[in-house]
Design a protein. Structure first.
Ligand code: PLP
Length: 439
């Protein structure tokens, strides 16, 4: 197992891909230099690349595969549906089953609308908030990722030169973002309740929605403080805006989602990833009066919404099987594994005398090569030396049989064993040793 390697079958596939896909890539998030590993198969906590090298999968398709790969119960549910047909121009019972489960588990969710991705779910939630309030603007957190809807990706990766004052500016992520989009996005600092409240109240009745991920991965994967979430809840109520919790990732933190852990009720919640059991999915759920914007029973709805593959029964059945496997005991076990891994990595930083920390909660963790307090996007942004240390660390993991996201994210899965966690801690410790030697 050696990455990169001149004779790798992955390298050959990548070379072929460059002839047909821009930069050989069709998903920016999986791009790796000098070439990505191509996967041959996955089973449980493991993946095998096309060279036959086996690794513990700590990305799990960017947090979606909470049961790892090829789980027998999910495969069986999908197999049964395949025999019955994969999608129709009519509804199936499966969408009722999954919607019922989400309403039962998440206190603030009274009705559900399915989409095909988290991006679509966030877009649909923002449009629902606009339709409900009759207002144009949306507030989002600096550095937080919510998929690729124009409005949701504003100020995803501003550099220090663009930060300006304490109040974040509305910075385009993609070139060509219309001025009108920037004008209608208010960017909030994370974990700063006073500033967020001041900025929200200043927008007042222009704001349709306040969009927040309570533990934003790209903004450092540190949990929002209870005061911050409470400030957003109160400010939303004060100006009559819709509070949208993006739980596309954080729904894997607990049985009732992150909002049950933070003790707050969102008005709308977006879901994705784990609720599809490994198949494409997204959903918006929330207050019945807001969700009524989708209701076609009285004629043209306030917000028409379709989608050829929305609520397709393969995704619905796979998602239902995945969520049924996630009982309270499963969440406790995932959280215990996460705690042990974070503690093990933090002990390794201390042992090797390398500045660093593992943050996160439950089954999600992220490694930062700094000991400064990481509280928001700006404090999480790695300095050049920290980025180099992270790259050395990630390569060290990869060559010791552990696959994690290039920016330090790990997401655990239920088939992982204690032995797997020991292996990841050992590999992380050795990789931190690589960093110590490279300094
Ligand atoms: C918090 C959050 N919201 C939305 C999305 C978009 O989901 P999808 O990739 O399914 O479009 C993501 C994807 O990683 C996410 O992390």
């Amino acid at each position: 197992m050696r990455y990169p390697s001149a004779s790798s079958a992955s390298r050959a596939l990548y070379e072929r891909a460059t002839h047909f896909l821009p930069g050989g890539n069709t998903r920016t998030t999986v791009y790796m230099k000098p070439y990505p590993l191509y996967v041959a198969r996955g089973a449980g906590s493991r993946i095998w690349d096309v060279d036959g090298d086996e690794r513990i999968d700590c990305i799990n398709n960017f947090t979606a595969q909470i049961h790892g790969h090829a789980h027998p119960a999910i495969n069986e549910a999908v197999r049964r549906q395949l025999e019955l047909g994969t999608c129709f121009g009519l509804p199936t019972e499966s969408e009722i089953d999954l919607a019922e489960l989400l309403c039962a588990r998440v206190r603030s969710v009274q009705a559900v609308r399915f989409t095909n991705s988290g991006t679509e779910a966030v877009m649909t939630a923002i449009k629902a908030a606009r339709a409900f309030t009759g207002r144009p603007a949306v507030a989002k957190v600096e550095g937080a990722y919510h998929g690729s809807y124009d409005y949701a990706e504003v100020s995803l990766d501003p550099g220090p030169a663009q930060w300006g004052t304490v109040d974040p500016a509305s910075i385009p992520y993609a070139q060509g973002t219309p001025e009108a989009v920037l004008h209608d996005v208010l960017v909030l600092p994370f974990n700063n309740p006073e500033a967020a409240r001041r900025l929200i109240l200043a927008q007042g009745d222009r704001l349709a929605a306040i969009l927040v991920d309570p533990m934003p991965n790209r903004a450092g994967l540190v949990p929002a403080t209870a005061e911050y979430i409470q400030a957003l809840r109160l400010a939303a109520d004060e100006i009559g805006a819709v509070l949208v919790f993006d739980e596309v990732i954080t729904f894997r933190l607990g049985y009732g989602g992150a909002q049950s852990l933070w003790g707050v009720n969102a008005d709308l919640t977006t879901f994705g990833k784990i609720i599809g059991g490994g198949f494409p999915v997204g959903a918006v759920g929330g207050r019945a009066d807001i969700m009524a914007v989708f209701d076609p029973s009285g004629g043209k709805p306030v917000l028409p919404h379709g989608g050829t593959f929305s609520a397709n029964p393969v995704s619905m059945r796979a998602g239902l099987a995945a969520l049924q496997l996630l009982d309270h005991a499963a969440f406790s076990r995932l959280a215990a594994m996460g705690d042990r891994l974070r503690a093990g990595i933090n002990a390794a930083f201390a042992q090797h005398g390398v500045a660093g920390q593992a943050v996160g909660a439950g089954s999600l963790l992220k490694v930062h090569f700094t000991t400064r307090a990481v509280v928001d996007y700006r404090s999480a942004l790695p300095a050049p030396a920290e980025a180099r240390a992270l790259a050395t660390f990630m390569l060290g993991l990869l060559n010791r049989g552990v696959f994690a996201a290039s920016y330090g994210l790990m997401a655990l899965s239920t088939p992982m064993s204690d032995v797997d966690i020991d292996h990841v801690i050992g590999a992380a410790s050795d990789a931190i040793g690589d960093v110590a030697r490279s300094c």
